[in-house]
Design a protein around this ligand. Structure first.
Ligand code: HAM
Length: 418
């Protein structure tokens, strides 16, 4: 038997109701904040991600699904959506009338990580991006919106972790100070960090290996190196969040795994997912639009790990699958034929009806109606067809009423209309 690919998964019908509930909650909330949906392809030229996310990141170095197509072009399954949305923003000149654009997309991403609980090779993100706003309010708004989203879904035990990564003016000074410290503790670092140290020293701060954590315990904090503009920006963000009542915690170790970030960065973390504590992450990326060939445009965004959110909520929130308004228990071929046309008419009118397609006893059919949670059952056999009348049973009260079969679909439509 052919199994699915390791790290990929099926979302089975029983789980889909929860996915849809989350999606509806997101779409309604984003609309209230003025975000429009955009859909971008799941494959792009490899170069887009290499340049966008950064050559020295784990994602680009070792996690991308890259292939050469038959024309010799190098293509990659998207590991995230930001680079693609930025490409679309530039390619379609979405800035032409007004650089201010608020966009979101929901879909699968691909990273060849080691699979474990909360970490997959195909996973879904709810990704939100805002272009053209340099001031701190949009930062606060994004984090506020994320907070409301989690609140509406009833996610408990999660908190926004916040940091600023500075800008091209102040980050080099920090990098230098950090590199100085890393050179002193090099022996204590893991092999990955020793390699990272020269090319991407900030990532060392994010390493989960205990000896590395210990080695950088006294590392300088980037917030202590911010230039005046970055500091002011960050202070405004935290002030706004406090006023909006969004709980947060400053986390000077938060560096994020993608290279495009500037200034405000954040993650929503939870203790409900073991090692995979981040259920959403994002930040400002003021240089990316220009790096990818567009006009200089400030931007900020975040992505929610949809699978992780489902895992957190699935532990408590049960979203009920729809139940049929009616089950037609048909006995005999003639009754089944009639029932088939009544079902078709009712479904076309938007009413969910089920019937039995096989030659089953009344008892078996009633059992199935019960299992499906049907609100009512119509019982039709040879005798009912002959008399032109049948019984409609209310499954909750067990009350029965007689209904004439002539024009029964229209009558049922009136009775069952939600
Ligand atoms: P990211 O932190 O790489 O950011 O991913 C965002 C979220 O996606 C994570 O917090 C996590 O919940 C989920 N996630 C990441 N990898 C996996 C995986 N292998 N399995 C399951 N879930 C995963 C970004 O992708 C940025 N593009 C976010 C952003 C948007 N920044 C600005 N705009």
């Amino acid at each position: 038997m052919i199994q699915l690919i390791r790290g990929f998964k099926d979302i089975l019908p029983a789980e889909v109701a929860l996915w849809q509930h989350i999606e509806r909650t997101a779409v309604a909330l984003f609309a209230a904040f003025g975000f429009d949906e955009i859909r971008v392809p799941i494959m792009e030229k490899t170069e887009l991600f290499a340049r966008g996310i950064g050559e020295d990141t784990d994602i680009v170095e070792k996690e991308m699904y890259t292939l050469e197509d038959r024309g010799g072009e190098r293509l990659t399954l998207r590991p995230e959506a930001t680079a693609s949305i930025v490409r679309a923003y530039i390619q379609h000149k979405l800035y032409a009338d007004d650089p201010l654009r608020k966009l979101y997309t929901i879909g699968p991403m691909f990273r060849r990580e080691r699979p474990q609980k909360g970490r997959y090779r195909q996973f879904y993100q709810i990704d939100v991006e805002a272009f053209g706003m340099a001031g701190p309010y949009i930062d606060a708004q994004m984090i506020h919106m994320l907070h409301l989203f989690f609140q509406r879904l009833g996610v408990s035990r999660s908190l926004a972790h916040l940091n600023s990564l500075g800008c091209p003016v102040c980050r080099p000074r920090f990098r230098e100070a950090l590199s100085g410290l890393l050179a002193q503790v090099e022996e204590k670092l893991c092999a990955d960090c020793r390699r990272r140290q020269a090319r991407n020293p900030l990532r060392v701060l994010d390493c989960k290996v205990p000896t590395c954590r210990e080695a950088v315990a006294d590392a300088p904090a980037i917030v202590d190196y911010l230039c005046d503009d970055c500091r002011q920006h960050f202070n405004s963000v935290t002030e706004s969040l406090a006023r909006l009542g969004v709980p947060f915690e400053l986390n000077k170790r938060l560096v994020r795994g993608l290279d495009y970030y500037t200034r405000t960065t954040f993650e929503i973390q939870t203790d409900l997912l073991g090692a995979q504590s981040a259920v959403a992450g994002g930040g400002r990326y003021d240089g990316l639009v220009e790096t990818l060939g567009g006009p200089a445009t400030p931007a900020i965004g975040f992505a929610v790990g949809f699978d992780r959110l489902v895992e957190i909520l699935g532990q408590r929130l049960k979203v009920e699958a729809p139940k049929p308004a009616l089950f037609i228990a048909a006995l005999g071929e003639k009754a089944r034929r009639e029932a088939f046309y009544w079902c078709a008419a009712l479904a076309a009118a938007g009413i969910y009806v089920e019937m039995e397609h096989g030659d089953k006893s009344l008892k078996a059919q009633m059992k199935r109606a019960d299992r499906l949670g049907a609100a009512r059952v119509l019982i039709v056999g040879e005798a009912e067809l002959a008399s032109g009348k049948a019984n409609l049973r209310d499954m909750a009260t067990k009350a029965q009423s007689e209904i004439a079969l002539d024009g029964v679909a229209e009558k049922l439509e009136q009775t069952l209309k939600p």
